[in-house]
Design a protein around this ligand. Structure first.
Ligand code: AMP
Length: 214
């Protein structure tokens, strides 16, 4: 199965992508994680990436399309993949269609996780990551065990001001992407406001009903 995951920052798309990855044994391709890994290398490319992430802006299409294209061309995708955080612009969606066509593949569904901005803003300020395991916690909704609290980190771009900038960018750029997948009959919209397990149950139900109509 080949899936695209669309959702605002902190909509829970990363959590759902991890669950889907395990459930269907998919390759999880997160452009946010790939870009943060580049940034951490302090390479020339990493410094360019950092200048965008710091401001809560999207990195240029050409750069992220190249990274994803290289990853998709690697030959371990037989089980399928889930793209988390890509495409985020119509240009990226069209570039993805082209890259997949060249590989003789196509997207099966584009999952849209819908959460109102007010809920996103509340979620984001409590989000913390464990640098040792990569696990994401929320101080209120998914509290970490007390013994690891001191080592948890807040992502540099998870502040209220940057969040508003990221949300504005998200809404502006994602509308044509959503329209693109809706026109292609691929859009699967999910209410992302309930618990992660409830959202996941809904995702599975909707995906299964597409695979076996009726
Ligand atoms: P995420 O972890 O998906 O929230 O992404 C974190 C940041 O990485 C975003 O705010 C963007 O600056 C950048 N980013 C991630 N995916 C993309 C993409 N597909 N296109 C452009 N920038 C991206």
């Amino acid at each position: 199965m080949r899936l695209v995951m669309i959702g605002a920052p902190a909509s829970g798309k990363g959590t759902q992508a991890h669950k889907l990855t395990r459930h269907f044994n998919l390759d999880h391709i997160s452009t946010g994680e790939m870009l943060r890994a580049e940034e951490a290398k302090r390479s020339e490319l990493g410094l360019v990436v950092e200048s965008y992430l710091k401001r809560g802006q999207l990195v240029p299409d050409g750069l992220v399309v190249k990274l994803v294209g290289e990853r998709l061309a690697l030959n371990h995708l037989a089980q399928g993949f889930i793209l988390d955080g890509f495409p985020r612009t119509l240009n990226q969606a069209l570039a993805l269609d082209q890259a997949l066509t060249a590989l003789g593949q196509a997207i099966d569904a584009a999952l849209l996780i819908e959460v109102p901005d007010s809920a996103v803003l509340e979620r984001i300020t409590g989000r913390r990551a464990d640098p040792e395991t990569g696990r994401i916690y929320h101080l209120k909704y998914s509290p970490p065990p007390p013994e690891i609290l001191s080592r948890l980190e807040q992502r540099d771009d998870d502040t209220a001001e940057l969040m508003q900038a990221r949300l504005n960018t998200y809404h502006e750029r994602i509308a044509p992407v959503v329209a693109h997948y809706r026109e292609g009959g691929l859009l699967v919209a999910v209410d992302g406001t309930s618990s992660p397990d409830a959202v996941f149950a809904q995702v599975l139900r909707l995906l299964n009903s597409r695979r076996s109509p009726g």
